[in-house]
Write a protein that binds this ligand. Sequence first.
Ligand code: AMP
Ligand code: ZN
Length: 113
Amino acid sequence: MSNPCIFCRIINGEIPAKKLYEDDEVFAFWDLSPQAPKHFLVIPKKHLSGPGAVSVEDEAVIGKVVRIGAELAREHGVEQCRLVMNNGAEAGQTVFHLHLHVLGGRPMSWPPG
Ligand code: AMP
Ligand code: ZN
């Protein structure tokens, strides 16, 4: 049976995505439903259901996810951006493979909805 996780399937090439970056631990791709002029997702290749599933052994790769997110934003002309991780359905999480949203290219307000 194929992996039911949509982001694992993107990593495995079973579902197409507009890839921005890939290495042995991290994958980044443009969000299908962008909420800003520049909106992409950075994910660890290891399946973690969300920030609440991160353990000590995952700390390094989560730091890498943040670094790659900021670097890719800069490469795409975005110096100032919002980095978001939703943790749980009530917080707005809809895909349960940990992902960092990187949004930029427009002014942002706070608090989020
Ligand atoms: P969240 O609501 O934090 O779980 O974010 C999930 C994000 O994944 C949303 O912004 C969706 O637009 C995005 N998304 C869902 N499916 C795909 C896909 N196949 N390719 C790219 N982005 C996707
Ligand atoms: Zn997954």
